[in-house]
Design a binder for this molecule. Structure first.
Ligand SMILES: Cc1cc2nc3c(=O)[nH]c(=O)nc-3n(C[C@H](O)[C@H](O)[C@H](O)COP(=O)(O)O)c2cc1C
Length: 206
């Protein structure tokens, strides 16, 4: 089905012409990649002697007070069952150089592989939980399980952030990521990765 032409204001007084007549309107779809890229979070969890990491693109901060961080995880993942038992998890954010680690942690299951051993993942000791973070991260979160809710085929797993790790080389005094110095791993879906270009960096003040 074809959409219709429309002219819209962007709220700043400029007219933005949008040509929708070339758009395809889908009411049945099998992927959700249209609004990617997403930064990859490596979700780590330790339960008894098992340490596992999985790649996650569907994550978000939910609240500042209390500090809540959420990730959508399918019940099929080993990570899901480990988090429900350990009642905690970590989230590590690594530079683009580690994109193969994202592919590995996102395309293999800890049910079949010891990811830490097979990919020689170096660990950072956590401070307030038992689940380690990944060495080489520019940032990491330690989370205690706060809530789990089912939404369709994924569960919203919410953690209360009890510790934040940040590499001072990669953040300015206000906490902005210095993309001039570190490039995040961004996932485009279907095994494609991309990163940021600091040439596009712009501060816009109104
Ligand atoms: C870049 C990337 C992002 C992913 N994001 C998610 C996600 O947000 N939620 C999810 O349930 N699975 C996601 N996956 C799939 C899991 O990472 C994958 O199924 C993984 O093998 C699960 O490992 P586990 O069984 O050891 O937990 C993603 C995969 C990739 C490659």
């Amino acid at each position: 089905m074809r959409g219709r032409r429309t002219g819209r204001s962007n709220g700043l007084g400029d007219k933005v012409k949008k040509e929708f007549n070339m758009m395809i309107v889908k009411e049945k779809f099998e992927n959700f990649y249209h609004f990617y890229p997403y930064p990859v979070a490596f979700i780590g969890v330790k339960y008894q002697e098992k340490i596992n990491f999985m790649s996650a693109a569907w994550h978000s901060p939910l609240s500042m007070k209390p500090p809540l961080f959420a990730v959508m995880i399918s019940k099929k993942r080993l990570t899901h069952s480990l988090i429900t038992k350990a009642k905690e998890f970590s989230a590590s954010f690594l530079p683009f150089e580690n994109r193969k680690c994202s592919a590995f942690c996102g395309r293999t299951s800890g049910r079949d592989r010891d990811k830490v051993k097979d990919f020689s993942i170096e660990l950072i000791n956590p401070v307030k939980i038992s689940s380690p973070l990944m060495a080489g991260s520019y940032a990491g979160l330690e989370c205690k399980l706060y809530d789990i809710r089912e939404y369709g085929d994924h569960d919203l797993i919410v953690g209360e952030v009890v510790v934040i790790h940040e590499d001072p080389n990669y953040f300015d005094k206000d906490g902005r990521l210095l993309v001039e110095k570190v490039k995040p791993i961004l996932y485009l879906g279907m095994d494609f990765y991309v990163s940021t270009s600091s040439e596009t960096l712009e501060k816009i003040t109104l």
